[in-house]
Design a protein around this ligand. Structure first.
Ligand SMILES: [Zn+2]
Length: 160
């Protein structure tokens, strides 16, 4: 009797182990990229933009930007948050290949420029200020003037 229980328990453990492993494998995307944040920023046009457009001559302070990979919605490539004045947090979705992720980062850096210049401001209750006018986040992405400008700058200045 004891032997049978042991055998059954072993079978259950083996099954559970395989089943469990299988479950984990299913949740990992089939294609994963192994690039790092330094790989992401290793691009001349990004370096130039950070130095020439976001850099400041003392005593003015250059913005502090922290970039991290984040599990964003698959359709969202990046997200820029102004944590406080002059401090920014950029989240990058690493499900995209390196070259696409670099372009996404450039686009997000344009948002940093927009915040730094005071063109773009986030107000409570979903209100967005853009160059003298108020909008809400309800405005579709492709109609948001700050997104249009970010894309325009990226198309013009970003080189892979
Ligand atoms: Zn954007």
């Amino acid at each position: 009797m004891f032997k049978r229980i042991c055998i059954l328990l072993t079978i259950f453990c083996l099954w559970f182990n395989f089943y469990h492993k299988d479950n984990i494998v299913q949740r990992v995307p089939t294609k994963t990229y192994r690039y790092t944040i330094p790989d992401l920023v290793a691009n001349e046009s990004i370096e130039n933009f950070v130095r020439d457009s976001l850099g400041q001559t003392p005593p003015l302070k250059a913005p502090f930007i922290k970039i991290k990979f984040a599990p964003l919605h698959p359709r969202i490539g990046g997200l820029t948050t102004e944590v406080e004045e002059g401090v920014y947090f950029i989240q990058i979705n690493s499900i995209y290949p390196l070259l696409s992720a670099r372009r996404i980062l450039f686009h997000e850096l344009v948002h940093v420029l927009q915040f730094e210049r005071g063109w773009l401001k986030e107000y409570p209750a979903g209100i967005v200020y853009w160059q003298g006018q108020l909008y809400t986040w309800a405005l579709p992405w492709n109609q948001r003037p700050w997104e249009m400008q970010a894309e325009e700058y990226t198309a013009k200045l970003f080189k892979n």
